[in-house]
Design a protein around this ligand. Structure first.
Ligand SMILES: [Zn+2]
Ligand SMILES: [Zn+2]
Length: 154
């Protein structure tokens, strides 16, 4: 029983700490840390699935019935403006959100739809025919079949 109590306390303390950390991060970015904003921020950070507005709304509206899709959208936009997260257009008409801000590529599996992060050496990339152009968005995006699906289908 004591053990269970300890574990329970630990979970509460850890959760409180995370919420406190998120609040600080939001305040530092000049954002008022409302409960909804904290939950949205926490979700994007803890779920490296590159969620869409719909994903986040579906997941969090169970817990926060007053949440609207517009709030999720506006909150993500605010986070992006304050450079807390990045939006990635993996498919046209579908904006996903990414908590990983450093340069990395995305692989989309055409079978299961999962998005995978991968690293590459940006300095090794060579572009031809774009001399004197300004490159503002150089995200690497690859589509194919992931390892799990390839094994399953073979
Ligand atoms: Zn797959
Ligand atoms: Zn990513």
């Amino acid at each position: 029983m004591l053990y269970i109590c300890n574990v329970f306390n630990f979970v509460i303390i850890t959760t409180m700490k995370i919420i406190q950390n998120i609040s600080t991060e939001l305040i530092n970015a000049g954002i008022k840390p409302s409960y909804q904003r904290i939950k949205i921020f926490e979700y994007v950070f803890n779920n490296n699935i590159h969620p869409t507005v719909d994903n986040i709304y579906k997941k969090l509206s169970k817990e926060i019935p007053t949440l609207s899709k517009t709030t999720v959208y506006n909150t993500l936009k605010l986070f992006e403006e304050q450079k807390l997260i990045k939006s990635v257009a993996i498919d046209e008409n579908e904006i996903r959100y990414d908590a990983r801000k450093e340069i990395h590529g995305h692989f989309k599996c055409e079978s299961c739809g999962e998005i995978f992060d991968f690293n590459y050496n940006y300095d090794d990339l060579k572009f031809f025919g774009l001399d004197d152009f300004v490159l503002n968005q150089t995200d690497v995006m690859i589509k194919g079949i992931c390892k799990k699906c390839r094994i399953k289908n073979s």
